[in-house]
Every structure is written in structure tokens, then in C-alpha cells.
Design a protein around this ligand. Structure first.
Ligand SMILES: Cc1cc2nc3c(=O)[nH]c(=O)nc-3n(C[C@H](O)[C@H](O)[C@H](O)COP(=O)(O)OP(=O)(O)OC[C@H]3O[C@@H](n4cnc5c(N)ncnc54)[C@H](O)[C@@H]3O)c2cc1C
Length: 300
């Protein structure tokens, strides 16, 4: 979790553990629940904005708060992995939708959870979150960190985006940071009509909502049809940011690279989840049993 600017510079901890306490929850749409966290340790939290992500550790059923045997950067991973299955908190990746300081000087962080059923630990935890519950997180201690993946080149003359509901919080946070006048073309896929959340986009952003039909089995086809129905590209150097279900993200990447001739180096694509696989399975594949050197992601 540490990185050094040069060999002789002191180590800068880019990520560290934070204790987050649920302050309140608010339903945003059919599928979204915003959980607002506070806590003393947030005074050292430094979100880089855009698609800044963090790793949450959620307690197993029957436990109110998250307990970790170690939060030391060298030993936490082994200690966490060594816990009995029934006691080990689950680790899940989420997006910092917003960090702010209140007028009273308290620090708050919003995370927008997609509620996709009670069978999955993070969705279940969020659905039952109540004020006062405490969880642990590995989050940013410096704003410039590797978990901000949205990094367009200064030469980019347009931003093209695709996000499903799990990446909509990240897309919203990106949109609100873009300077007025940025040429934005975006496709956002959601399960329900009322998940079309108001977005703080630049005034002339062109956004297409794709409301999934049926049981979602043909989600990739629906997204590709919407992309193909769009006007041919006019930008010369677009930066493309894609995030959502891994299979659909892969297909959208192919679309932009092969059908729209976007330079593959200008495409940032991240699988936020994969149909049929829990985050443990994705992590096991990504790290092949090794400790992550930074906050994990199931980047394809
Ligand atoms: C960098 C990053 C940022 C992310 N930011 C957010 C965010 O801000 N908000 C958010 O809601 N999610 C976000 N996600 C996605 C989230 O981590 C996954 O959806 C995660 O799998 C949820 O954990 P779970 O315990 O609910 O389900 P898991 O136990 O991981 O999965 C159980 C089952 O549910 C399926 N599943 C997982 N997610 C969904 C879903 N959304 N809809 C339907 N089925 C699903 C899996 O395929 C699996 O079959 C992010 C992921 C990454 C990598």
C-alpha cells in the first residue's frame, strides 16, 4: 500500500485504513441507496474525485461492526485472510461518490450502493445499514493515487463514457468535475426507469439512458445496439472510459476500438463486477493468492 516518489524520498502512504460510521441512508432510485459515512479518521481521507474507489470491509451476518485483527500495512492481509470464514469481513470495491466537509467541520463520505438482492453480502449489508454501524475501509490518504483511473490526456478533445448502474456513481462524480464546455457523449445502462438519476453534467453533454429490458440476459446486445445507433464519431482524439459488468465492458471496448477506430491506449476500461462471480472469485483470479500491492480492482 505504499509508494515512493524516488528511492531516497520518504515513503508516502497512498492508502490507509479508515473507520467509517454510518450517519444516514437515503434511497436515490429503485436500485440505489446512498450511505453517508462519518468518523474521526476521515480527517485524513483525501479523495482524488472522479472515479476514486476504495475497499470496504463489511462484517459477517450477526456482527454489528467490522473487526479486523490488524490494520498494519505489512500484516493486515495475512491476518485478514487467516480469519475463520464465518468471522472474516468481506472486502468489496466501491466508489467515493462525494467527500465533503460540513459547515460544522465534520468530514463526510457518500457511497451509492446498488441493491441487487439479499443473497450478496455487500448488497445485503447496505440494505440493512443503520446509523451507528461501523465498518473499515482502505481508502486514499493522498488525492493523487492509482485508484483514480479516469486519466484523460490533455490532448483529448472529447470524453466518451459507458457505465452500468454500479459505475453510475463514478460516472456522476466524473461528470461533475469536467470543465464546462467539455464535449461529452455518454451511455448509461440502468435496470429501472427511476434509476435515471439527475446528473451534474456539463450543459451540452449528450447522455443516452439504456433501461434494461427483461431479466438482463441480453444486456450486452442492448448496449451495443444503443452504441451502434449513435451518430458517427466527430472527435479526433476521444478519451473513452468504460465501467460495469465485465462481459459488457469487454464488448463495448471492442466496439470503440474496432468499430469506431479509437486508439486502444485512449480507452480505460474496468470490470466492476462479473455476472455469476463474487468479488472473492475475481480477487482470487487477479492476485492468484498474493496480497494486493494497492487497493484491488477487477480491471480486465
Ligand atoms: C473500482 C470499483 C468501483 C465500484 N463502485 C461501485 C459503486 O459505487 N456502487 C456499487 O453498487 N457497486 C460498485 N462496484 C461493484 C461492486 O463492487 C460489485 O457489484 C460487488 O460484486 C458487490 O458485492 P456483493 O457482495 O453485493 O456481491 P458479490 O458477492 O460480489 O456477488 C454475488 C453475485 O452477485 C452478482 N452481482 C454483483 N454485483 C451485482 C449487481 N450490481 N447486479 C447484479 N448482480 C450482481 C455477482 O455476479 C455474483 O453472482 C464497484 C466495483 C469496482 C471494481
Amino acid at each position: 500500500m505504499t509508494a515512493t516518489a524516488s528511492d531516497d524520498a520518504p515513503a508516502i502512504a497512498h492508502f490507509r485504513f479508515f473507520e467509517l460510521e454510518v450517519l444516514r441512508t437515503r434511497r436515490l432510485g429503485h436500485s440505489f441507496l446512498r450511505v453517508t459515512f462519518g468518523g474521526e479518521s476521515l480527517k485524513d481521507f483525501r479523495s482524488g474525485g472522479f472515479d476514486q474507489s476504495l475497499s470496504l470491509f463489511l462484517p459477517p451476518d450477526g456482527q454489528e461492526h467490522t473487526v479486523l485483527p490488524s490494520t498494519d500495512e505489512d500484516t493486515w492481509f495475512g491476518a485478514w485472510r487467516g480469519m475463520p470464514d464465518e468471522e472474516r469481513p468481506v472486502m468489496r470495491s466501491y466508489t467515493v461518490r462525494e467527500q465533503r466537509r460540513t459547515t460544522e467541520g465534520a468530514d463526510e463520505v457518500d457511497i451509492d450502493f446498488v441493491l441487487h438482492g439479499d443473497a450478496s453480502p455487500a448488497s445485503r449489508w447496505a440494505g440493512r445499514a443503520v446509523t451507528g454501524r461501523r465498518i473499515m475501509a482502505i481508502g486514499p490518504a493522498v488525492a493523487e493515487n492509482k485508484s483514480v483511473r479516469f486519466q484523460p490526456s490533455p490532448a483529448a478533445d472529447a470524453i466518451w463514457m459507458y457505465a452500468d448502474e454500479t459505475a453510475l456513481p463514478a460516472a456522476a462524480a466524473i461528470l461533475e468535475r469536467l470543465p464546462a464546455g467539455t464535449a461529452v457523449r455518454a451511455w448509461f445502462e440502468v435496470p429501472h426507469e427511476d434509476d435515471r438519476l439527475p446528473l451534474p453534467a456539463p450543459a451540452d453533454a449528450d447522455i443516452t439512458w439504456i433501461v434494461r429490458e427483461g431479466d438482463g440476459r441480453d444486456r450486452t446486445e442492448q448496449v451495443l445496439s444503443a452504441l451502434r445507433a449513435a451518430e458517427p464519431a466527430t472527435a479526433e482524439a476521444p478519451y473513452v472510459w468504460l465501467a460495469g459488468e465485465a462481459g459488457t465492458v469487454r464488448a463495448t471496448r471492442r466496439h470503440f476500438v474496432q468499430e469506431r477506430s479509437v486508439d486502444r491506449r485512449s480507452v480505460r476500461f474496468t470490470g466492476y463486477w462479473r455476472l455469476g462471480a463474487s468479488e472473492e472469485q475475481l480477487l482470487a483470479e487477479a492476485y492468484a493468492g498474493q496480497a494486493p500491492s494497492e487497493e484491488p480492482t477487477s480491471e480486465l
